[in-house]
Design a protein around this ligand. Structure first.
Ligand code: SF4
Length: 910
């Protein structure tokens, strides 16, 4: 759809973040994206968007974009702008020479769940058919490969059987290892609405943390991290004991139940409750609900997948569905929540090292032959390629000599970041195809190729419910950025001239549609058959769920209704894997279990969300969460700086008391890399140990230790305007501090926020450099310096309001100053304070600036909401009076939690 109202046009698209795959209407003028709205006709979201999706138009800061190809001609040199022909010829020469000298397995491709299906397909053909390597893996290895293995082992194919409408139709929904309220918010809205309409619907949440998702739960099992397999076996034990099984389904449609029965016999309720750290009654209630409900649906995400036992966890959960016959029926089935917007498209096109297009596998010679024949090449390589962790190990030890990274940021997202940074620094030739020039990986790119981004390219995506949508470019890409499929094909054709010059091209595609049409032929007769689908059908009939065979008029909403599974016997498989604890144990040196996860308003490594100041309102900086008992035991106070260490690395950051985290545990958001935080980010701590089958690393569990650090000299700065360029320029200067955190603030007038700390005052030269970059070295500046105490304060006031602040040595007034800045005030009180030796704020003012923004759509702070609750407002009252929660609804679970806490704490009226 492309409609025009005066100069503003509207183009239909899909949100580029999570796997819910919400339809978006982009309002634009052909060059700039002006606004976004939820697409009321898209069946994933029916017009709703979450806080991230509804801010997409605010993420277009061109200063964060890669605009031109840049080439570095030698390690240690700076990259210089070049043209596309020179860039791609250079890349083709480097790859051809490396392949000639060291063989095809000396190069690798590391791609992304953010790519479109056509992009993936081009990369797969390039790697497997032209280069002759299976070294092509995707960042989906970090989020969904355990689900791929789970579905394939248990059901025969990587095919989530359910639809979103099953969430609304189910009588019992179990959410496992997913803070769905933050990670898949629009789907969570659908669940909230279903529960409001049918309060008898039972909702179970299984998560070591009491997340906002638990606000909807009738039962929350806060299990010990990594004990999911024991829990599922324990539930099955009770189902067997109580006779809550579907024996006829087991007999007619499954295999392997006897071995599983023998295994789970030992998982008695008492043993499981003790191992999982839950009480027996809750375990029995959970099993009772699952065993007796008319329809049972399970939803899961990284809590199961990012584990050294991820495959076992997935299959143990699917076992429960098979044992109760809860699959292939309305409101029933195992349903993984896909992490990224088009991770599913990657799985379909074979973009994991062990896969081939059309849900085929490298290990199967027949599958290789089918693809080789279809592509018209002699053969495909038979050895399984390197998966993400293995791939970067091979980069580090020199086996991979040329690496092509597309649309992903391994220097932030991979575990054990010290090793990743070392590997990237050593790799002889790194190509980065990327829309953003600001990601941590850009630092290592010898060749940076600017890619089009969301709203700028055409292609298809598949969401969590197998629904394929066709998106078209709304605006032209900035600078010389090109669509990923076009960059990949252009490179492939140049490499082809060097590797097989006499043969017809494998890459004679002139559009994404041509790629789609070739790819869909590879799905014919497979479980994901889309041979009946085309761009024109998608445009006319709207998004469709696969399979969409040539003999069908529309897609398929639910799989396995006939209980026929795509296994050799046609039966689903019970998998009897034993319980294995997380790989890394807590011990006397590392006494805490670290869990990592998502925030509501940030996405992955923040390359896009890190450009929108509004998205920092909810959480401004990386905070380590510890249970209040743990804080007391360690004599820590809220906001104090701590060192958190794992066996692989350490970080300094503030700690916060958080009773949603169990004692003995710690929690840290996954989003921070070294652009926004000194150190190598959250993943400097995480473990590269991976599941033996899915090869997915255990990002959800590491043993860490936390200790107080004494960094009395502190810096706080806030400066309006040109935030991305200032951030890039300032970041290296902050290396001299033990702690440094950067973020954004403000809505209409975005500003860069800096916090830093050191054991003693830094060199005055460094402070002068920082002031210069902040624009605080000249002009309308008010300043007070006390060199004896190493304390100083500077404020720039323009047109009667603050536009920049820098406090050095002592930062007690930071929240007060920030509130003056956000209110546009620069009054006499400020002037008096500035010119006096005082460092603390006058009176008790300024407390409100520390209050986070809960509702980012309407800009309502937590403090304002708490004040409303104290006045007796309920959720509806808050919505009406303050507007919070009335737009995207992402803040509603948090408001409900505040309501529950404050109402519970209110004094009883006698
Ligand atoms: Fe985007 Fe939010 Fe929808 Fe996910 S739930 S696709 S992040 S709008």
């Amino acid at each position: 759809m492309q409609t025009s109202i005066a100069a503003t046009q509207t183009t239909r698209s899909i949100c580029c973040y999570c796997g819910v795959g919400c339809g978006v209407l982009i309002e634009h003028d052909g060059e700039t994206i002006l606004n976004v709205k939820g697409d009321p006709e898209h069946p994933a979201n029916f017009g709703k968007l979450c806080s991230k999706g509804s801010s997409l138009h605010l993420t277009g800061d061109l200063s964060a974009r890669a605009l031109y190809p840049e080439l570095r001609l030698g390690k240690g040199l700076a990259r210089a702008r070049t043209d596309w022909d020179s860039a791609l010829d250079h890349a083709a020469n480097q790859f051809a020479a490396t392949i000639a000298e060291h063989g095809p397995d000396s190069v690798a491709f590391y791609v992304s769940g953010q790519l479109l299906t056509e992009d993936y397909y081009a990369f797969n053909k390039l790697a497997r058919a032209l280069v002759g390597t299976n070294n092509i893996d995707s960042n989906s290895r970090l989020c969904m490969s355990s689900a791929v293995t789970g579905y394939t082992r248990s059901l025969g194919a990587d095919a989530p059987p359910c639809s979103y409408e099953d969430i609304e139709q189910s009588d019992c929904v179990m959410i496992v290892g997913s803070n769905m309220a933050y990670a898949h918010p629009v789907l969570f809205r659908r669940l909230e609405e279903a529960k409001a309409k049918r309060p008898q619907m039972q909702i179970i949440v299984i998560d070591p943390r009491r997340t906002d998702t638990c606000e909807l739960a009738d039962l929350h099992l806060a299990i010990q991290p990594g004990t999911d397999v024991a829990l599922f076996h324990g539930i099955l034990h009770i189902l067997m004991w109580e006779g809550w099984l579907d024996r006829s389904f087991i007999e007619q449609h499954t295999e392997g139940f006897d071995s599983l029965k023998t295994l789970v016999r030992d998982f008695t309720p008492q043993m499981v409750a003790e191992l999982c750290g839950i009480n027996v009654v809750d375990l029995q209630t959970c099993a009772h609900w699952i065993g007796t409900t008319p329809s049972f649906l399970s939803l899961w995400c990284q809590g199961l997948n990012q584990s050294s036992a991820g495959s076992a966890k997935n299959s143990a959960l699917i076992n429960l569905h098979l044992a109760t016959g809860q699959i292939g029926r309305a409101g029933s089935g195992p349903f993984s929540l896909t992490g990224q917007a088009n991770a599913m498209g990657g799985r379909e096109t074979g973009s994991l090292a062990h896969l081939l297009p059309g849900h085929r596998v490298v290990a199967n010679a027949e599958h290789r032959r089918e693809i080789a024949d279809y592509w018209g090449v002699e053969q495909l390589p038979g050895s399984t390629g390197l998966t993400a962790v293995e791939l970067f190990e091979a980069v580090g030890d020199g086996r991979i000599k040329a690496l092509w990274i597309a649309c992903t940021n391994p220097a932030q997202s991979m575990p054990d970041q010290n090793k990743i940074h070392q590997a990237l620094a050593l790799c002889p030739f790194v190509v980065l195809q990327e829309a953003f020039s600001t990601t941590e990986t850009c630092h290592y790119a010898d060749l940076l190729l600017p890619a089009s981004s969301w709203g700028e390219k055409e292609g298809t995506l598949t969401n969590s419910e197998r629904r394929i949508s066709h998106v078209q470019a709304a605006v032209t890409a900035p600078g010389e950025a090109r669509p990923d499929w076009s960059i990949t094909l252009d490179f492939a054709r140049r490499l082809e001239q060097r590797l097989r010059p006499a043969l017809p091209s494998l890459f004679a595609f002139d559009s994404p549609q041509a790629l789609f049409d070739e790819y869909k032929g590879l799905t014919a007769q497979r479980d994901l058959d889309i041979s009946g689908l085309s761009y024109s059908i998608l445009d006319q009939q709207g998004p469709q769920q696969w399979p969409f065979r040539a003999d069908l008029q529309s897609g398929t909403s639910r799989l396995y209704a006939d209980a026929q599974f795509p296994t050799a016997s046609g039966r689903a498989q019970f998998v009897a894997d034993p319980y294995r604890a997380p790989a890394e144990k807590r011990d006397a040196r590392f006494t805490l279990s670290l869990n990592t996860g998502r925030l509501r308003d940030q996405w992955h490594g923040m390359s896009r969300t890190g450009t929108a100041a509004r998205l920092f309102g909810h959480v401004e900086e990386a905070l380590l969460s510890l249970h209040p008992d743990e804080m007391r035991r360690r004599r820590l106070l809220d906001g104090q700086l701590v060192s958190v260490k794992s066996r692989r690395g350490s970080l300094v950051l503030p700690v916060q008391s958080d009773d949603s985290v169990r004692s003995g545990h710690a929690y840290l958001p996954m989003h921070w890399g070294n652009r926004f935080l000194k150190g190598l980010g959250t993943n400097v701590l995480t473990s590269p140990v991976f599941d033996p089958l899915s090869k997915q690393p255990e990002l959800k569990h590491a043993s860490v230790e936390v200790s107080k650090v004494d960094l009395p000299w502190q810096l706080f700065a806030l400066v309006e305007g040109d935030v991305q360029n200032r951030l890039s320029a300032l970041r290296p200067l902050l290396e001299g501090f033990a702690y440094a955190s950067l973020g954004l603030a403000g809505r209409e007038r975005p500003a860069l926020l800096i916090r830093a700390a050191a054991a003693s005052a830094p060199d005055s030269q460094l402070l002068a450099q920082i002031d210069q970059l902040l624009g605080l070295d000249e002009g309308p500046i008010m300043a007070y310096d006390d060199p004896r105490k190493a304390v100083g304060k500077r404020v720039r006031i323009e047109e009667g309001r603050i536009t920049a602040i820098r406090l050095a040595g002592e930062t007690a007034a930071r929240d007060w100053l920030k509130s003056l800045w956000s209110e546009g005030r620069a009054d006499e009180e400020l002037r008096r304070w500035l010119l006096a030796p005082l460092t603390t704020p006058p009176g008790n003012s300024g407390a409100s600036a520390g209050s986070k923004i809960l509702c980012s759509c309407i800009n309502v702070s937590q403090e304002a909401i708490c004040a409303g609750i104290s006045r007796g407002l309920d959720l509806n009252g808050l919505k009406q009076e303050l507007g919070c929660g009335s737009q995207c609804g992402s803040c509603v679970p948090e408001i409900k939690r505040l309501l529950a806490t404050q109402v519970a704490q209110a004094p009883v009226q006698l």
